[in-house]
Design a protein around this ligand. Structure first.
Ligand code: 6PG
Length: 242
């Protein structure tokens, strides 16, 4: 139902990543069959590290364009780099052509310019919806991508990519915005751990916190979570067990 996410609760991480990987492979196959191309935005953080190796096979990466939902203000070889994590766990093992990968220039001293260039990369030779699938994580504070509570990025209604200050972390980030992420043909969240249970319940049940606007968007949203992260959800909200 529009505005209501489909929630898949997995008993453990292997079951979770198997379910999410199957969903993403199906989305890739459908996009390539329909439009000859699969445009995906990858999530950063630590949770996708277990999923990405499962995506090496079963997707025609030569016909894919890979974006990132967000990036830290670091060089591409930094341990904090979302690009580096994806390169090590997916892009290199899958031999994704470098020309098919749009990396944020996190190392750029002018992050606003880097954000403008990323919007240009996202829209080049394409039309809206800009993404076939946006893969997202969520923090214990309900942030997703780098749409953190109380930040300027939450109010952005025009631009698809912005740089922002994250005062609580004393850092700057680069992120796709609500217009870019809410506009994706399909959205998947990957959420694990008990520390995220209150935020997930608040996002799903009450519609609060930054991730809520994406979870409640009109299009299809699937939340893949483990038992611990789902522990705050009422039984009625759990659509599927894996
Ligand atoms: C980032 C992410 C961010 C992440 C959440 C969850 O760059 O940090 O894009 O939105 O998905 O913080 O992170 P974990 O998966 O590490 O819990």
């Amino acid at each position: 139902m529009a505005g209501t996410p489909h929630i898949v609760v997995a008993a453990d991480l292997p079951a979770l990543v198997a379910q999410a990987a199957a969903h993403i492979r199906d989305a890739a196959t459908a996009a390539i069959a329909a439009r000859g191309r699969f445009r995906i935005a990858l999530a950063g953080g630590s949770t996708p590290r277990a999923l990405y190796p499962k995506l090496v096979d079963g997707i025609d990466w030569a016909r894919a364009t890979v974006f990132f939902g967000d990036e830290r203000a670091v060089p591409p070889d930094d341990a904090q780099s979302n690009y580096r994590m994806a390169r090590e766990t997916l892009l290199d093992p899958a031999r994704v052509p470098p020309a098919n990968v749009a990396r944020w220039r996190g190392e750029d001293p002018d992050l606003d310019a880097a954000a403008r260039d990323y919007q240009a990369a996202l829209t080049r030779g394409a039309s809206a919806p800009w993404l076939d699938l946006a893969l997202l994580g969520m923090g214990p504070d309900g942030h997703t991508a780098s749409l953190f509570p109380g930040t300027s990025a939450l109010a952005e209604e025009e631009r698809l990519a912005v740089a922002l200050d994250v005062a609580e972390m004393g850092t700057r980030r680069l992120t796709l915005t609500y217009p870019a992420l809410c506009g994706a043909r399909d959205v998947c969240f990957l959420v694990t751990g008990r520390d995220k249970a209150p935020a997930l319940a608040s996002v799903v049940e009450a519609g609060h916190l930054p991730a809520a606007r994406i979870v409640r968007r009109a299009g299809p949203v699937t939340i893949f979570c483990d038992e611990a992260a789902a522990s705050g959800l009422g039984a009625a909200k759990r659509d599927e067990r894996a």
